[in-house]
Design a protein around this ligand. Structure first.
Ligand SMILES: CC(C)(COP(=O)(O)OP(=O)(O)OC[C@H]1O[C@@H](n2cnc3c(N)ncnc32)[C@H](O)[C@@H]1OP(=O)(O)O)[C@@H](O)C(=O)NCCC(=O)NCCS
Length: 148
């Protein structure tokens, strides 16, 4: 975490970006980032939080503030965290996304992620709607970074 990217920035951007599901609070980011396995990348407009365990990386969350969406920021952040994970020895990257999150699904498919599992009725939202979660995966290495 840098001086220019604090947990307050992460929480504010998360809250602005996640309108359908509960956003994470600053203390939740703080707690996750106490782990040496977790890192954040990006800035106050767009960031990703990633956990690397052995040779697997998990994208815990990614968010672009609505004022800055569709400007290529998440693509840059995806490139950045995948490159960082690859240098830590990551061979595979996983993530989970709501099946109806068309923006995120399009982003991940553009980066070569494939669906490997579905968790039926995983998300129960405050408005009462229920949605499947899908788990996506891609092979990742220093020599296999995305073409975007
Ligand atoms: C998903 C999200 C991070 C994308 O951020 P972004 O900075 O707008 O993404 P980019 O500008 O880099 O977009 C890259 C590509 O993703 C896809 N994409 C992004 N937003 C999209 C949208 N609203 N609809 C369809 N495709 C979209 C497109 O393929 C896009 O490329 P293009 O603009 O050349 O068509 C952003 O919409 C967001 O923060 N959403 C709310 C939080 C969230 O759902 N996070 C993911 C949880 S798993």
């Amino acid at each position: 975490m840098t001086k220019t990217l604090t947990v307050k920035h992460l929480a504010a951007t998360h809250q602005a970006a996640f309108t359908q599901t509960r956003a994470w609070e600053a203390d939740e980011f703080e707690s996750l980032l106490t782990s040496p396995l977790v890192f954040a990348t990006g800035d106050a407009r767009c960031f990703a939080l990633v956990r690397v365990i052995a040779d697997e990386a998990e994208l815990l969350t990614i968010a672009t503030h609505p004022d800055y969406q569709r400007q290529g920021l998440a693509s840059l952040v995806m490139e950045n965290w995948q490159a960082q994970a690859a240098t830590k020895g990551t061979r595979e990257a996983f993530l989970e996304v709501a099946a109806d999150n068309t923006a995120a699904c399009a982003l991940y498919m553009r980066f070569g992620y494939d669906i490997v599992a579905t968790r039926a009725e995983y998300y129960r939202r405050s408005d009462g709607t229920i949605c499947d979660a899908i788990v996506m995966k891609r092979v990742l290495s220093a020599h296999n970074l995305p073409d975007v």
